[in-house]
Design a binder for this molecule. Sequence first.
Ligand code: FES
Length: 133
Amino acid sequence: MYNEKVMEHFQNPRNVGEIENPDGVGEVGNPTCGDIMKITIKVEDGKIVDCKFKTFGCGAAVATSSMVTEMVKGKTIEEAKKITNKMVAEELGGLPPVKMHCSNLAADALQKAIADYLGEKYEVEDHHHESEE
Ligand code: FES
């Protein structure tokens, strides 16, 4: 059901853990399955220099969060703000449609961490209409 790249990230997830004294923290729950995700970021000169994640989630959630932490490192806040769950899924070479909702978790947690850093409020959107379940 999963492609090789997804499996590889699932088996060797990058950047697992929690940054000490992070500049931004984003924690979200997945309303579909009840799984949770926490992403912490470190920002220097407007760039995300480090990003770590912790999750109680399924394999797809682990793989997408691993991917998102890799994608975001070295990006400016502006660039990172544009990362969506679709981009993460594409970067992974695609996810099974029933697992698309899992990729929301990583992207939402990241966006929430960025909002936290900026001192903004982040409302998690309801993605359920775009991803079929
Ligand atoms: Fe919960 Fe995938 S089933 S995040």
